[in-house]
Design a protein around this ligand. Structure first.
Ligand SMILES: Cc1ncc(COP(=O)(O)O)c(C=O)c1O
Length: 420
């Protein structure tokens, strides 16, 4: 990075909040971004799985521009506005819960998680919450407590809110089976958590930060049964799997299991900050008046952008493109797995794919060092990617679902060249 930029950053923002890219980003269009030196990249980070409809989708821009002619903010709790209600109506009708639902709209994934747990505890009048090892749910205190990955998210930040427990998340490549994961919940119930005092089980359909590990339909339907047996609410954290990332609009469609509550964020705002909790009406309406709220929640601008995102999904067959991307990427990445001893696993729903790097296929030792080299090399070659996983040894693909297939091909070729 030019010294001037380095100084500007190091002088003004905390060092823990460091950036990976070493130039300012200056322009983005769909899956392409340019930096201040004019370098062009394919963006398979997508603002951390936010830009499902790409940078500056025309329909998002149009809706935002239209809204900006009228007003920019009104706290919904005081002055309601149409965009928020239209969006809530869309979320209620689209999310696959087979009873009447209502939606509460907030700003970020962590805020949605906090509210989902608040609502679950209030409705059930129970305090215990079960989430999963390797799961990630955000940076606020309760979201941190629920997160099952210590480094870098939790280390040194305790104490955390209590009554949160972590069960095993299935990880077939590392020999953690669905049965072992389900057994770990039963063990919690036997040893430390009263199921009749458990408000909710919170789970990602495919773990994101924890290593792009998909959960099976069997595992998630067993979670549904455990919840039904004990009157526990099932919360799906679809912050990362939401809006097409798995090849279906929502992850729940893919596995055909209904949660009681769901959190969405990232892709729903088309690049503007927005999140939501959707839940069965009887649960959402159990809260006393003004018991939930948020000054900036349901920003008219972000909601306008979100309506643009939905219009894009409705008119441009983005889901078909996402599924085509998945076919292309799976074929290519599985070929790489056959070719290279250091690629241990390729996995994920739809185009939400992770590639796990190991020393070799027999010892399966996580190879973070190689991942870091590949990330740097890819960047030098014009492809933006990031890692994930407990050991930082998984490279994940989070490009726009609107990326033309030629550019997906281009990205995959850059990836392979970087391996060499
Ligand atoms: C599954 C999941 N839940 C929650 C969050 C937190 O979202 P936010 O960063 O918007 O607070 C994230 C962010 O990466 C996530 O991947």
């Amino acid at each position: 990075m030019e010294n001037l930029l380095t100084n500007l950053i190091t002088e003004n923002v905390p060092k823990a909040w460091f950036s990976t890219l070493d130039n300012f980003i200056t322009k983005g269009k769909n899956a392409e971004v340019w930096d201040s030196k004019g370098n062009r990249y394919l963006d398979f980070v997508g603002g951390y799985a936010v830009l499902n409809t790409g940078h500056l989708h025309d329909k998002v821009v149009n809706k935002v521009e239209e809204q900006l002619k009228n007003f920019s903010h009104s706290c919904f709790a005081f002055a309601p506005h149409e965009n928020a209600v239209l969006l809530a109506e869309q979320l209620n009708s689209r999310y696959p819960i087979n009873s009447k639902t209502k939606s509460f709209i907030v700003n970020s994934g962590a805020e949605a998680i906090e509210n989902a747990v608040k609502i679950a505890r209030y409705f059930t009048q129970r305090k215990q919450i079960i989430s999963f090892q390797g799961g990630f749910h955000g940076r606020t205190y309760l979201a941190m407590a629920l997160t099952g990955k210590d480094k870098p998210y939790k280390e040194g930040f305790g104490p955390f809110p209590e009554f949160v427990h972590h069960a095993i998340y299935p990880y077939h490549y590392r020999d953690l089976s669905d049965e072992m994961a389900l057994e770990s919940i039963k063990k919690l119930f036997m040893e430390s958590v009263n199921p009749k005092d458990t408000a909710a089980i919170l789970v990602e359909i495919q773990i994101g930060e924890g290593g792009y590990i998909p959960a099976s339909k069997y595992f998630l339907s067993e979670l549904r049964s455990i919840c039904d047996e004990h009157g526990i609410l099932l919360i799906f954290d679809e912050v990362q799997t939401g809006y097409g990332r798995t090849g279906k609009m929502f992850g729940a469609e893919l596995i055909d299991v209904e949660p009681d509550l769901v959190t969405l964020a990232k892709g729903i705002g088309g690049g503007f900050p927005l999140a939501a909790v959707i839940g069965r009406s009887e649960i959402m309406d159990s809260i006393h008046d003004a018991g939930i709220g948020s000054t900036f929640g349901a920003s008219p601008i972000s909601c306008a952008a979100a309506l643009g995102v939905l219009e894009a999904f409705d008119t441009e067959d983005i889901l078909t493109n996402a599924q085509d991307q998945a076919i292309l990427m799976n074929t290519f990445l599985h070929d790489l797995k056959e070719k290279y001893e250091f690629i241990g696993d390729v996995r994920g729903y739809g185009p939400m794919l992770g590639v796990e790097f190991v020393d070799n296929k027999v010892n399966k030792s996580p190879n973070k060092e190689l991942v870091n080299k590949v990330l740097v090399k890819s960047r030098e070659n014009g492809l933006l990617l990031v890692s994930c996983g407990k050991d930082g040894n998984v490279i994940r693909f989070m490009g726009p679902l609107t990326t033309p297939l030629e550019q997906v091909n281009e990205a995959l070729n850059i990836f392979e060249n970087s391996l060499n």
